[in-house]
Design a protein around this ligand. Structure first.
Ligand code: GCB
Length: 598
């Protein structure tokens, strides 16, 4: 057993060394770059025949009458990038296999520049080829990655060829089964990034958790060059400073200023610029502190109750993944309208547009990696993959002040291997980013003597405990909701990270006592009971109904009401407000009033 574990670790390590994608540089949108979005030529390849001797990546074209190339790209067959492929052709609706993509482009070379192809996200396995050469592979559907192409670029006729495969994999993250739609394809923006030879690869500019007038962080070059001057400008704070790199190519930031802090009520962001020689990056940075104190969550030192909602990265009316700034606005505006100050972005890292819209509009964010339910923790590569995903998302979003929680898992069953992985992830998150809180959504609550007790050995490793419970839906109420007593031995804040039930919009069937009626009134009843219970939980510091909108799920095939949709949305699949929307909104309005009075 041990040697099997070692073997798979070595295998993963070798894979990682040979042709694995580079972790992406941060803030692509603030850099000198060009989008490679649009129509890409495609070949649908259900049996992956294009991998072997057919070698699609060679981009062969028939030349003579008897020279037929079965697998060649033609201009008539195209799909949109970004965009999931399942929603673009009827024959791809439930497709789970490979599609090959090709993008041609020209580029005027400049000998002082370096070039990178950057993918915002591709679901799930991606093999990337450029001008006939394999650049490498990336695994994981929701995090960015890049490849350098400086030495391979030509002035004309560059061909970027990508094989995407969205098959569910047993030792993948997520694993075989999950309750959302398995949208495959190049689902986020693709960029050609142009940097100078020396450029800023990474930076962190945030508030000192212990001093609200102290900006701390670092800027790091792509190479270990000492003595380079990096300039930082935040004009509205009268910051115009130069810092000098050490022999690791890194320079520390430490600046004292009077700062207007970011809050949900006043989400103040400052324009910031970083540059080295003639390579520069722009960002918008906000400053806040987030901590726990016993059972409280403190934002800028003051207790805050999180009025949240769970959001999947999907536009229900269009039956596609959400991928643009316009899509992000739709989702975030709904959350604002509901009265939220917080969103739980489930169950995987969402696109940067959504995080930024939330930041601009004053919503705190829970970000999660897809360590979801049936993960194969016994496979030793799983832990490495999860850690890599966690690193990728923390690297990407560490400058987003609205991100307050890194979630390492959702509803995993305790086992020796699970515990080891989750504890390692919690420690890794803290190590990479001590300025934020770590959480996970648990469903291990034991019910005894009319009491609900938080029980999971991993709870002691997180700062905030998320609890998913479906009382009134999957389980009966143990007793009168107001009398349900919650017990925690952790002295930590708890968020009710999921609760709710399914209903079909406008379904007035009067069987209010039967969950299986999918009636709106039945679900309103669940929400009213939940709210009664919440008021009696002393360590509850936030709630997140499941879920903002009905979402597509191939495990929801009940044929009268679900029809391929999980119907627990406060909004219908057309964005109509169900009765439960108004129940939650009224509760949030009431909570807001309490804050105003204080
Ligand atoms: C859960 C899961 C979520 C499901 C939901 C449901 O506990 O975390 O992904 O969609 O329940 O509707 O059952």
């Amino acid at each position: 057993m041990k040697s099997k574990g070692l073997l798979s670790f070595l295998l993963f390590f070798i894979l990682f060394q040979l042709g694995y994608a580079q972790t992406s540089m941060i803030n692509v949108y603030g850099r000198n770059s060009e989008q490679l979005n649009g129509r890409w030529e495609t070949i649908i390849d259900p049996f992956d025949a294009g991998i072997g001797w057919r070698a699609v990546y060679k981009d062969a074209k028939p030349t003579g009458k008897n020279d037929f190339v079965e697998y060649s790209f033609i201009e008539e067959n195209t799909l949109n990038v970004p965009g999931d492929y399942n929603s673009q052709l009827p024959e791809l609706t439930y497709y789970e296999s490979s599609v090959w993509y090709k993008k041609k482009f020209s580029h005027v070379p400049d000998k002082n520049e370096r070039l990178f192809i950057h993918f915002g996200a591709v679901n799930y396995i991606t093999d990337v080829y450029f001008n006939g050469k394999k650049l490498g592979r990336h695994e994981g559907g929701f995090t960015p990655f890049q490849f350098e192409i400086t030495d391979l670029i030509k002035e004309n006729g560059n061909a970027l060829i990508v094989r995407v495969n969205n098959s569910r994999v047993k030792n993948g993250i997520p694993g075989f089964g999950f309750d959302w739609f398995n949208y495959g394809g190049i689902t986020r923006d693709v960029h050609l990034i142009k940097t100078k030879k020396v450029f800023i690869e990474d930076y962190k500019i945030q508030l000192d958790p212990d001093d609200k007038s102290h900006i701390i962080g670092y800027a790091k070059l792509n190479s270990e060059l000492a003595g380079q001057k990096i300039s930082i400008k935040i004009p509205e704070l009268k910051i115009d400073e130069k810092i000098t790199t050490n022999d690791k190519g890194s320079a520390a930031i430490s600046l004292k200023r009077k700062i207007q802090l970011w809050t949900p009520e006043q989400p103040r962001l400052y324009n910031a610029g970083l540059s080295v020689e003639n390579d520069s990056i722009n960002d918008r940075i906000g400053f806040r502190t987030i901590k726990v104190d016993g059972t409280q969550i403190l934002l800028n030192g003051k207790p805050v109750f999180l009025r949240g909602v769970n959001i999947h990265e999907e536009i229900p009316q269009r039956k596609t993944r959400a991928y643009s700034d316009a899509d992000a606005q739709v989702l975030i505006n709904w959350a604002k309208e509901l009265g939220c100050n917080f969103v739980r972005l489930v169950h995987y890292p969402h696109n940067e547009y959504t995080i930024k819209q939330a930041e601009e509009k004053g919503l705190m964010v829970w970000e999660e990696i897809p360590v979801y339910q049936g993960i194969d923790f016994a496979d030793s590569t799983v832990k490495n993959k999860a850690e890599l995903m966690l690193r990728e998302v923390i690297k990407r979003d560490k400058n987003r002040c609205n991100v307050i929680l890194w979630s390492i898992a959702n509803e995993t069953s305790p086992s020796k291997e699970r515990d080891k992985t989750l504890v390692a992830l919690a420690k890794e998150a803290k190590l990479l980013d001590p300025s934020r809180l770590v959480t996970a959504a648990f469903n291990n609550v034991s019910y005894h003597d009319y009491k609900m007790e938080l029980k999971d050995s991993v709870m002691k490793y997180v700062d905030v405990i998320g609890i998913n419970e479906y009382m009134g839906w999957y389980t009966d109420w143990p007793k009168d909701p107001e009398k349900v007593e919650w017990i925690s031995n952790f002295n930590k804040p708890m968020i009710m990270s999921e609760f709710g039930g399914e209903s079909v919009y406008n379904n007035k069937i009067d069987t209010a006592v039967k969950a299986s009626a999918w009636s709106e009134d039945y679900v309103v009843n669940i929400y009213n009971n939940q709210i009664k219970m919440f008021k009696k939980i002393p360590f509850l510091q936030g709630v997140c109904p499941w879920v903002l909108a009905d979402f597509r799920s191939p495990v929801r095939m009940q044929s009268t009401y679900q029809k391929g949709w999980n119907r627990k949305g406060l909004l219908s699949d057309q964005g109509d407000k169900k009765k439960s929307w108004y129940t939650m909104k009224a509760y949030y309005d009431q909570l807001k009033k309490v804050i105003e009075i204080q």
